[in-house]
Design a protein around this ligand. Structure first.
Ligand SMILES: [Zn+2]
Length: 143
């Protein structure tokens, strides 16, 4: 099972956008951005999908293997670190921080999980490059 947190495991152009976003979050929001997940292989994706279904816990994803941009090196998850502590809270002032991170990510050319309709995913950013997951599963090349 591969669950990477390394930016090197992302598609090069997605990595560039992630780095740009990280710099801007530092400069404009005064936080450090920590990457908690980048590339995830099929086995890891299925293990995650099982949580809240066949494994105890609250559901964390609606995506089976091949149904997440993480599986194609086009997505990453982040958390803000402020005064040395990760900010997992999403309400109140911290909610505003997540909105600011989302805005900056979008300004860097990424799609934000906070805009997802079904399962909102505030830490999640992706760059689909105009390709659907079905196209990616069929082996369409990513420029
Ligand atoms: Zn994600």
């Amino acid at each position: 099972m591969i669950t990477s947190r390394k930016l090197e495991d992302l598609h090069p152009t997605v990595r560039e956008k992630a780095l740009k976003m990280e710099k801007r979050c530092e400069a404009e929001l005064g936080i450090d951005l920590v990457f908690t997940a980048t590339y995830r292989d099929d086995e890891s994706q299925d293990a995650l999908y099982a949580i809240g279904r066949t494994v105890k816990g609250a559901k964390v994803t609606n995506a089976k293997a091949g149904y997440s941009y993480h599986n194609f090196r086009l997505a990453f998850d982040v958390v803000a670190v402020r005064h040395g502590k990760p900010v997992w809270n999403t309400s109140g002032e911290d909610g505003k921080l997540w909105q600011d991170i989302g805005r900056i990510g979008k300004e860097c050319g990424l799609e934000w999980g906070g805009d997802f309709k079904t399962l909102k995913d505030l830490p999640h950013f992706q760059d689909s490059k105009g390709l659907t997951l079905a196209q990616l599963r069929n082996g369409e090349m990513v420029a």
